[in-house]
Design a protein. Sequence first.
Length: 317
Amino acid sequence: METGLGGPADGGGGVVVDALCWLAVAVTALIWAGYGLKMLRHRVLFLADLRDAGTAPYLGTVPMTLMLLPLAAPVAGAGLPVWPAVWPAVWLAGAVLHPVVAVVMGRWLIRRMPRAVPLTPAWFVPIAGMFAAPAAGVPLGYPTLSAMLLTVGTGAWLLLLLPVARSLGRFSRQDGSSGFRPGTLPVTLVPSLFVLAAPPALVARGLWAFGVWAEVHAVLTVLACLTALAVLGYVLWRRQDIAADMRRFGFSPRWWAMSFPLAASASAAVTLHSMGGTAWTALGALVMLALASTAIAVLCIATAALLIRPPRGRQRP
């Protein structure tokens, strides 16, 4: 029997799934602990992150993580007996916190609009968790709240699409030319382009949790995968500019912005195939899963190298 989480309802998920479940919890705890130390020991840098339009939107990943972690729980066979009671509480905490973070970030953005705050695709992050709410919320017994979050998040996504597109257009023609010139988009904004693939992938996953609109799910999944592939193509096209930037300033953690959208697109592709796919859907799922896995592995290696040998004397203007 299949659950809404894509795993067996009564059997364990196996050693690999159990290990991945615990790894996700451990990595989340490690990241939050590290950022908590940064908040306590380097308060100036922490506040600078919150004021930076390039990093502030990622505050939305905190409640989103709380709503995504329970996805592994019903699949994993191992775990403490108390965990079945803990996961709904974890999901509810994220569901309550996410709208609060979205409203706070929205007010922050509106107040600073006159100062020409760059509106990049990263601003989809504060609402992205709302799309993912049904994936774990429906199986955990919160379909109404999940539907509300999905509806509000989808509406906010559609409202932000045009302003984000116009903002990217302004960035691409800072030399006064007319029309969209993708070759002039600042390298620092390139990682945020991957976030464009996250909303359709997560909305598709949310609709699948309700078991409705299979056709819409398929369209959104294809849209997400094509968007992710298009951005990867753009990265390859700008590879010389990106390589020059990395040689000058080193690897930037901003590139982690590509991990979640690729993973979400891969998840949507796998889900689409599980709904009764063909050889083409199987190929698409394998390609997206391979791309997401490779990207995350490369990011982990680059981050480890950055932590071992941090750049000295090189600061981005």
